[in-house]
Design a protein around this ligand. Structure first.
Ligand code: ADP
Ligand code: MG
Length: 639
């Protein structure tokens, strides 16, 4: 017999093992779920191989999982008849961690471990969610022996032994009479001896692994149900069964927020079971890569997390699809172009959107909870042109008609409240409700009582401008609106408000000259300086020349291009503002007065500052300090 080799675990495995062996064990039993889930994966792969006629070892072995308990020796053995592993595979699968996000996960766990006991407990639910897989066995074992024989012809069986302390040993069992599959012998730690009981194991199997698609025999008795829940008629299934099934496939410890069970006969036949989780588990920003639905054909799992079945904006959905219309021997590469998969996806997306529409209509509060959790991802659906209308109806944003930043308004609600003859829907992007409400561009919309959507997230503006229209109404950024279209809407005057007197003909001329003077001061930093028709409370603002993108979009482009030059804009001056009126007097006294230069610079830089373009505030600050110093001389106490 070949001699045993000793090999070291990779660093990340040691880190994980260290955390696992030292964490609290309120959730220790999940190690069984993890090992059973691996066995089930291996059996799924086996079924897949045999349906495509691959030549395999022991083709007649029944596909099943067996768990045997030696109560006296405190030992459990979990065996499966799946695809098994050869020497190379066992070294890489049970010596490293390939999972994405592992690094981040380990660092976070290490951080949590340093904190108090309570956090440690939280860590164990995180372990559950992350699915630490095989290595979780060391939460319960002080020695593990894995014996495996690959389905591939001429691969000898291998034996892997470890105490989880930095290394494992490997033996190749050249001549041994071992059947295909994997068997894991677990020597229980003393503090985990309670698992050395058939009843205990059965209990854990029904709790976490009831829906495994292969029989699990505990001490020779079948312990799980083995039903393809998605094929059952809906009226026969209780919500509790859906919940358990969801927890089983997602490793989530909470019930799902929504369950969508679909059976379609035409144009393609398929059953689907889709769940919306209560919470996105996106600690490492992997939701979009990690998305997809499992694809079954006649009970055979063809692919896990198939991304063609569900678009990116529904990435939060978990579940599976089964269809007899896909050929069993389809290769994963051609699945992408498979027409049936495309049709299933189209039908499924419609079903999910219909479900959400019903929820939005009938259970607004619950829909808002969905929105707050998943809206961020969902908003990317503006790219789904086929479902544009359905998608638009599901959008919610904060609006000027809401009382606070938490409330939400749909496009339909906006339209219902619209003014007679209003043809456009307005929106404005900003960092917060307070920031938007003090934005000079909004003044005229507020004065005219025109509702405006307040957008806070980068994707929001893409979503609305991407739609371009809702029903017959154009979606318009406040900055880009054609103000002449607002003429027919009356301004609401505030009580006790003083209206500026109109300028004399002569003063109108001076105003023109003042604008020219400011144009000369700012030079090519602006494209033009003009009288404003949108301002009321502010003296000036910057606006986009026609047809250019909003400042928010522009800034995002700049971020991508790592560029920070402010765009050339039009500076608008409020003719009725007190400051402007004073500037007129100063100009009349001396057109060259430097006060005009300082004011123009200050107004310009303040506008840049508000829009987030001012990179060096030194000049602005110095100017303000000078003004403060001068104005302090007017304070009565200094007279
Ligand atoms: P994951 O299941 O997320 O890939 P695990 O740590 O649970 O991670 O398992 C690591 C790998 O070891 C699996 O991907 C699989 O290739 C292999 N493996 C584990 N258990 C078995 C088994 N019973 N039969 C065959 N391969 C297995
Ligand atoms: Mg696993």
């Amino acid at each position: 017999m070949a001699k045993s080799r000793k090999m070291k675990f990779k660093t990340e495995v040691n880190k994980l093992l260290d955390i696992l062996t030292h964490s609290l064990y309120s959730n220790r039993e999940i190690f069984l779920r993890e090992l059973i889930s691996n066995a089930s994966d291996a059996l799924d792969k086996m079924r897949f191989e045999s349906t495509r006629g691959t030549e395999v070892h022991d083709p007649d072995l029944a596909l099943e999982i067996a768990i045997d308990v030696d109560e006296k020796e405190k030992r459990i053995t979990i065996s499966d008849t799946g695809i098994g592993m050869n020497e190379e595979e066992i070294i890489s699968n049970l010596g490293t961690i390939a999972k994405s996000g592992t690094e981040a996960f380990l660092n976070m766990m290490a951080e949590n471990g340093k904190k108090d006991e309570k956090n440690k407990d939280d860590a164990s639910t995180i372990i559950g969610k992350f699915g630490v897989g095989f290595y979780s066995v060391f939460m319960a074992a002080d020695k593990v022996v894995v014996t495996s024989k690959s389905f591939k012809k001429d691969a000898p069986a291998v034996k892997w032994t470890s105490d989880g302390m930095g290394s494992f040993s490997l033996d190749v069992l050249e001549d041994a009479e071992i059947k295909r599959g994997t068997s894991i012998e677990i020597h229980l730690r003393e503090d985990a001896n309670d698992f050395a009981s058939k009843d205990k194991i059965k209990e854990v199997v029904t709790k976490h692994s009831n829906f495994v698609n292969f029989p699990i025999n505990v001490g020779g008795e079948k312990a799980n149900t083995v039903t393809a829940l998605w094929r059952e008629p809906k009226f026969k299934i209780k919500q509790k069964e859906y919940d358990e099934f969801y927890k089983f496939i997602s490793h989530d410890f909470q019930e799902p927020m929504d369950t969508i069970h679909v059976s379609v006969d035409a144009p393609v036949q398929f059953n689907a079971l889709v769940f919306i989780p209560k919470q996105v588990f996106d600690m490492f920003g992997t939701v979009k890569d990690d998305r997809g639905l499992d694809l079954y054909v006649n009970g055979v799992l063809i692919q896990t997390k198939n991304k063609d079945l569900i678009p990116e904006y529904l990435a939060f959905c978990k579940g599976l699809v089964e269809s007899p219309d896909i050929p069993l021997n389809v290769s994963r590469e051609t699945l992408q172009e498979n027409l049936v998969v495309k049709k299933i996806s189209q039908a499924l997306v419609k079903q999910i959107l219909n479900h959400l529409a019903k929820k939005a209509k009938k259970k607004r509060e619950e829909y808002e909870a969905f929105w707050k959790e998943h809206g961020k991802i969902f908003k990317f659906g503006y790219q789904d042109f086929e479902n544009k209308d359905k998608f638009a109806d599901l959008l919610l944003f904060n609006s000027s008609a809401n009382e606070n930043a938490d409330q939400l308004t749909s496009l339909a609600e906006y339209v219902e409240r619209m003014k007679k003859d209003q043809k456009e829907i307005y929106y404005l992007t900003g960092a917060s409700r307070a920031a938007i409400e003090s934005d000079p561009h909004l003044e005229i919309f507020k004065r005219k009582g025109l509702e405006t959507f307040y957008l806070y997230e980068p994707v929001d503006e893409f979503a609305l401008s991407g739609l371009t229209k809702y029903k017959d109404f154009e979606l318009k950024a406040v900055e880009q609106a054609d103000l002449s279209k607002l003429d027919s809407f009356k301004e609401e005057e505030k009580e006790g408000e003083e209206k500026a007197k109109s300028l004399s003909k002569a003063d109108e001329k001076v105003f023109e000259k003042l604008l020219q003077r400011i144009t000369d001061i700012l030079g090519d930093r602006v494209t033009d300086v003009k009288e404003s028709h949108r301002l009321h409370d502010s003296a000036s603002c910057l606006v986009n020349p026609d047809g250019t993108m909003t400042s928010h979009m522009h800034k995002m482009m700049q971020m991508m291009n790592k560029d920070a030059t402010p765009p050339q804009k039009i500076m608008e001056i409020n003719k009725d503002h007190k400051l402007t009126r004073n500037l007129l007097k100063i100009y009349k006294a001396d057109p060259r007065d430097t006060f005009i230069d300082n004011t123009a610079e200050q107004l310009f830089e303040s506008a840049l500052l508000l829009e987030g373009y001012l990179t060096d505030p030194h000049k602005l600050v110095n100017r303000i300090n000078d003004v403060l110093e001068q104005s302090s001389a007017w304070h009565p106490a200094t007279k």
